[in-house]
Design a protein around this ligand. Structure first.
Ligand code: ARG
Length: 587
């Protein structure tokens, strides 16, 4: 990888001058107008050596220049300001590196030591329709998964369905009111109908109604709680009804994931699966004196002396009986350690669960359920409307998961009709293209932001072929692919990569690809990759406008340009796929 390789090259020079190895670090130049890469080692080492940084920098530069092999990689080395060393990379060096890169499946990516990573995302609450928050969660989770897999990690994805909570009791209660004669409410062993008594759409209407009633009326709430307890206690009919709801919900979720090109998760344990471990867990923790009675409930103290504010204990069992969300998640740590023993466990939720997971993780540490495992809670901000407040539909409600997706498809269709693509593509191709562009709009519009930031959902901006957008990058790749296809038709061969002044900027970016992916994956920050892809697309477009590949009569030059463009398109395509975006054939 470019920066690592340059750092390695400088290391012997740096250490021979008595500077620590860390001073050899090469980074991308802060001032791209002056240099390609830079080394700040002279400034960092000045104290240790007791010499002015500029004098050290001069020594470093002199030593590099003495070494013909080393200095051959650079076309210019200068010292700037107090002692920054600026390097311009030699065209021959860039060309040689690009040649190696183009022959490598991973474009020069050196895989780090492989980790086993359990990645939990999507995880909606059952019987409730997924909403816009789940969309952000899922796009982010999918991009993180793709980047980690590219990095060679063993990623196990888990959908931790909220399939065991009060919302089910609420649905049962309302359903009984609507259809009192259903067999599920009777005390019998079965058999129960194999068909669900309602469709998923009907179910999604029942829940909000039931939840409203429970909020307004304590008696309703008690009824729902009672139903939930009966479900937990194994009531046969309620279990059968519950099974219908699980089946319907999972099918609906899988359909929606598919709609946004997100692969189904490897496991779907859900909260209910953890139930089996809770009695054993409570026993064990009580025996080890890890749990204690807190105001009549049972919980674990998780406060630490250096906490900046009060961290309340994690309550596992309520005064009135019944397990808590905390107990279920503690059992989830137990199950994950037992069944997977991952190096890292990652959970995606919004900020509201920050304190919850902080406490659960602390409790898991105390309980011995996270001995080796590093825990990462990836939290994300909200998708806002133009007013800067959480996005609402015209009717004033929180948009459902698919509403924004379909909106993006509509906008993409409009956009494609404007450029008359409907006349050039079959209806199926047109639809597929609109879909890919729509998805690129919302995925890139989301992932270009750091996950913690809120952002404004501006579909007209997101779907544009110009500006910092997914379709702009797709379009860049499509254009190059079209040019490459034309060249092929004309019999023009791609040849040996050479780097001229028009290509310099792009060459430098292409070679950064592996280190950008590594950084984005390590920080779980697809925005780093998204931003890079935008800069790369801009550079490629500038280059593309400056050269006339097809009319170039010098075969060697033409071949070099074609090889260069081919590599650019491949890296754009690979990069986009790591954030879940596909490149259409035409647009
Ligand atoms: N079902 C929860 C919700 O929709 C998210 C689950 C988060 N993961 C967990 N292990 N508790 O808010």
């Amino acid at each position: 990888m470019l920066l690592a390789a340059l750092t390695e090259k400088l290391t012997p020079v740096i250490t021979s001058l008595g500077l620590p190895e860390s001073c050899a670090r090469v980074t991308v130049a802060d001032r791209p107008d002056l240099a390609d890469v830079q080394c700040n080692g002279a400034l960092q080492g000045a104290k240790a050596l007791g010499q002015p940084p500029r004098a050290i920098a001069e020594k470093i530069v002199a030593a590099i220049k003495e070494d013909a092999q080393l200095s051959g990689s650079f076309s210019d080395i200068t010292i700037a300001g107090p002692g920054f060393i600026n390097f311009k990379l030699a065209p021959s060096y860039l060309a040689a590196q690009l040649t190696v890169q183009s022959g490598d499946k991973k474009f020069g990516f050196v895989v780090p030591p492989s980790k086993k990573i359990l990645l939990e995302y999507n995880s909606p609450n059952m019987a409730k329709d997924m909403h816009v928050g789940h969309l952000r969660n899922t796009m982010l989770g999918d991009a993180v998964k793709r980047m980690l897999q590219f990095s060679g990690h063993n990623v196990i994805t888990d959908n931790h369905l909220g399939d065991w909570g009060l919302q089910l009791g609420q649905v049962f209660s309302e359903l009984q009111r609507q259809q009192p004669n259903l067999p599920y409410f009777q005390d019998m062993d079965g058999p129960f109908p194999s068909e669900a008594p309602m469709t998923f759409e009907e179910l999604c209407v029942i829940y909000p109604l039931a939840s409203k009633k429970a909020k307004e009326d304590p008696a309703e709430l008690a009824r729902a709680q009672d139903f939930t307890a009966q479900l937990h206690n194994g009531h046969k009919g309620l279990r059968a009804l519950w099974q219908h709801i699980v089946t319907m919900s999972v099918a609906d979720i899988k359909k929606k994931l598919d709609e946004i090109d997100v692969e189904s998760m490897d496991t779907w344990y859900g909260e209910s699966y953890m139930e089996q471990y809770i009695p054993m867990m409570m026993d064990e923790l009580a025996k080890k004196n890890i749990t204690e009675e807190i105001d009549g409930a049972i919980g674990i103290q998780v406060a630490q002396p250096d906490d900046k504010f009060d961290i309340p204990p994690l309550i596992l069992a309520k005064k009135m009986g019944g397990v808590t969300y905390g107990a279920t998640d503690l059992a989830t740590f137990y199950q994950r350690q037992k069944d997977f023993d991952p190096d890292v466990c990652i959970v995606l939720t919004d900020f509201r669960q920050e304190l919850h997971f902080e406490r659960v993780y602390r409790a898991a540490k105390r309980a011995g359920y996270a001995d080796r495992m590093e825990f990462v809670h990836l939290m994300y901000g909200t998708i806002n409307g133009n007013d800067g407040k959480p996005y609402k539909t015209r009717a004033g409600s929180t948009p459902r998961f698919e509403e924004l997706v379909y909106l993006s498809f509509d906008k993409a269709r409009e956009r494609l009709k404007e450029i008359k693509l409907n006349e050039k593509l079959s209806p199926e191709e047109f639809e597929a293209t609109a879909r890919q562009i729509g998805l690129a709009s919302i995925k890139f519009g989301d992932l270009i932001n750091h996950r913690r930031s809120d952002y404004i959902f501006d579909i007209d901006k997101f779907v544009s072929f110009e500006g910092k957008t997914g379709p702009y990058i797709q379009y860049t790749a499509v254009r190059i692919n079209a040019l490459l296809a034309k060249a092929k038709e004309q019999g023009a061969q791609s040849g040996r990569i050479a780097v001229d002044e028009h290509q310099h900027e792009v060459a430098l970016l292409l070679l950064q690809f592996p280190e950008i992916v590594l950084e984005a994956a390590t920080q779980y920050a697809p925005n780093i990759l998204a931003d890079y892809l935008f800069r790369l697309a801009q550079g490629v477009n500038r280059y593309y406008q400056n050269v006339h590949v097809l009319s170039e009569s010098d075969a060697e030059k033409r071949g070099a340009a074609l090889a260069f463009l081919q590599l650019s398109a491949r890296i754009l395509t690979q990069g986009l796929s790591l954030i879940g975006i596909m490149v259409p054939t035409k647009m």
